[in-house]
Design a protein around this ligand. Structure first.
Ligand code: G3P
Ligand code: CA
Length: 269
């Protein structure tokens, strides 16, 4: 296995199970990270948001409609925003049946429960702070929770945790609060803009359709917030030809719903 601060080209790219092994189990559930573990993947990716009563939960969309049975359980609460529901209400929802009846009863995990399972599975986490503009202070709250669970000690910070966001402001806040943490900005800044990002982050994680070998090279040519060459982890690559293509462009990591497919195509760990 590689470290959080340096992929090793010889072993292939780092392969991240996006929202868990989400091609085969309902995204962002404990079932999806357990499956990633059984398939042999220790890096998992998730999305963190916050409930009305201040609990951090793991879910991708800012509404509960797509990935739970909220419309049946709370028909009058349209548009079913995560931030309008309490943790107890969300805990009642089925987050598995929409994917397959085999996963009936899966839940939207609290971040605390999720972290405990990641720890138990000896996995590593690419944690995304999702839609931070909806949740003032979520960066600090997330770091406090991680700290309380022992996830900000030297070992976790060096090898087991990366925090990312589409919001440059959010990444900047995380870097300011915990300068030792490895962070990533989600997006594709122009080559001219990259040096501004290098001041506060270590990685640039772009959508795979937006990159070229030259762009990847430009990122690698910069030193990030920790003084090391910046890295690129690209998403969401679920087929072998695309995995080979981005590998040839020189990316360090591939974030995928189907980690077994990517490993089959390009190796990786
Ligand atoms: O980890 C990268 C990827 O998760 C970004 O997009 O929408 O799936 O959170 P999204
Ligand atoms: Ca994500």
């Amino acid at each position: 296995p590689g470290s959080a601060t340096g992929a090793t080209g010889l072993l292939g790219p780092t392969v991240y199970a996006h929202r868990g092994a989400s091609a085969y189990a309902p995204e962002n559930t404990l079932e999806a990270i357990d499956l990633a573990m059984r398939l042999g993947f220790d890096w998992v990716e998730n999305d963190v948001q916050r409930t009305r009563d201040g609990e951090l939960v793991v879910i991708h969309d800012d509404t509960l409609a797509r990935t739970t049975d909220v419309e049946q359980v709370f028909p009058d609460r349209k548009p079913w925003r995560v931030k309008d529901f309490t943790a107890a209400e969300i805990a009642r929802l089925d987050a598995g049946s929409w994917f397959s009846p085999r996963f009936a009863g899966a839940r939207v995990p609290t971040l605390r429960a999720y972290m405990e399972r990641v720890q138990q599975n000896r996995q590593r986490l690419l944690l995304e702070i999702k839609k931070p503009e909806l949740y003032p202070g979520i960066e600090e709250q997330t770091l406090e929770l991680l700290d309380g669970l022992g996830w900000l000690d030297e070992n976790h910070v060096a090898r087991r945790l990366v925090v990312q966001s589409f919001s440059a402001d959010s990444v900047r806040i995380v870097h300011r609060l915990r300068p030792d943490l490895v962070t990533a900005f989600l997006g594709t800044p122009t080559v001219a803009d990259l040096p501004r990002y290098a001041e506060f982050t270590d990685r640039i994680n772009p959508w795979h359709t937006t990159i070229s070998a030259d762009w990847v090279k430009a990122v690698h040519g910069l030193r990030g917030a920790h003084g090391k060459a910046m890295e690129v982890d690209t998403w969401i690559v679920d087929d072998a030809p695309t995995a080979r293509k981005v590998r040839e462009m020189g990316v360090d990591g591939i974030i995928t719903n189907a980690p077994d497919v990517v490993r089959g195509a390009v190796g990786g760990f």
